[in-house]
Design a protein around this ligand. Structure first.
Ligand code: PHE
Length: 342
């Protein structure tokens, strides 16, 4: 019996070293020190031991129980520690690894140009006036001196909504009468940035949607000289002091007289190249003195008030400035294009 006790102790101690996780430890405990474990079972066979050996047997049982319990506690602590160390090692941060560059967002080239233009006109005292993309026919055409049969209203060019008389503005000029009706009879100096829509074939040179920035000044002594001065200063600040500008007579139903403004070509410096089609000049905007009919629709007496207006396309201007050859890049969402201007 004493022999058997020794064998159990040796085997149990040995088995304990093979228990490498909490489950195995629990199993070992059940088989060894638990109520039905072999140490317990053997100790119950007390009666089989001869009278003189009993005290020794009892002593040994207790010694073995204590020793195995202690070995179990130590092993449990070690397994727990190993488990935690394993977790730490698996999760370890290698501080010598190179960092990961966070991806940085950037502003769209149209936004950049819009902001630069807004800033320049802002410095000159123009406030931003927000007007809606969806307007009635009157704001987009009729009150801008384009009667129903006017060729500029060609169905081909306009996106109509299902609601009669309601359409997507084809130009930011649609906001002119809105601003006038809000401000009159006070003087006005506003710019109207926004998206415009035209029902056209999409090509390298024309998109169905594009931005415009409209400018509108109304007051009691505004002349064409103010228009020229304002736009010339804008062009110098935007394109550089050494750029030349010129005004060419033109036609718009809502301005009289009307003009288009050119800047000397920034690619060839006016010598003539592919970009300026050998003219040396690039057209950047349309402008003119607000037509008396438009002033009246806005609530201003054209015998007392005058004003000027202009409209430019930021995408077009960006194309000229950065030599972008295809307007479709602007809404193509190709990062390789967009990232170049950040
Ligand atoms: N609305 C005109 C266009 O879209 C531009 C313009 C605006 C011309 C204001 C004159 C005055 O082409």
């Amino acid at each position: 019996m004493l022999q058997e006790l020794d064998t159990i102790q040796v085997a149990a101690t040995e088995a304990l070293t093979n228990a490498t996780d909490a489950e195995a430890l629990e199993e070992w405990y059940r088989a060894t020190l638990g109520r039905k474990g072999n140490v317990q079972q053997l100790s119950r066979r007390f009666g089989e031991v001869s009278a003189e050996e009993r005290p020794l047997f009892g002593k040994r049982v207790n010694e073995i129980k204590t020793a195995l319990q202690q070995a179990f506690d130590e092993r449990s602590a070690a397994v727990k520690r190993e488990h935690i160390e394993g977790l730490i090692a698996a999760d370890a941060l290698d501080v010598t690894l190179p960092g990961r560059q966070p991806r940085r967002g950037a502003l769209h080239p149209s936004t950049l140009v819009l902001r630069r233009m807004t800033r320049i006109f802002g410095d000159m005292g123009f406030q931003v006036y927000r007007s809606p993309d969806v307007v009635t026919d009157e704001y987009n055409f009729e009150w801008l001196n384009m009667p129903p049969e006017h060729p500029a209203r060609d169905m081909q060019d306009t996106f109509y909504t299902t609601q009669e008389n309601v359409l997507l503005r084809t130009h930011t000029s649609a906001g002119q009468v809105m601003a006038m009706r809000e401000y009159h009879p006070e003087p006005i100096r506003v710019i109207l940035p926004g998206m415009c829509y035209r029902n056209e074939q999409i090509t390298a040179r024309s998109e169905i949607q594009f931005h415009q920035i409209e400018g509108l000044a109304v007051g009691t002594d505004i002349t064409f000289a103010d228009l020229k001065g304002t736009l010339t200063e804008f062009a110098r600040r935007f394109f550089g002091r050494d750029r030349e500008t010129r005004f060419r007579a033109s036609y718009f139903p809502f301005t009289e007289p009307s003009a288009e403004m050119d800047v000397s070509c920034m690619l060839c410096d006016g010598a003539g190249c592919k970009l300026c089609k050998n003219t040396g000049w690039l057209e950047i905007l349309g402008c003119g003195m607000v037509h008396p009919v438009v002033l009246r629709h806005g609530g201003y007496d054209p015998d007392v008030y005058t004003g000027f207006a202009f409209g430019s396309g930021p995408e077009r201007i960006a194309m000229l400035r950065y030599g972008i050859e295809d307007i479709r890049y602007f809404w193509g969402n190709d990062h390789r294009f967009l990232e170049q201007y950040s």
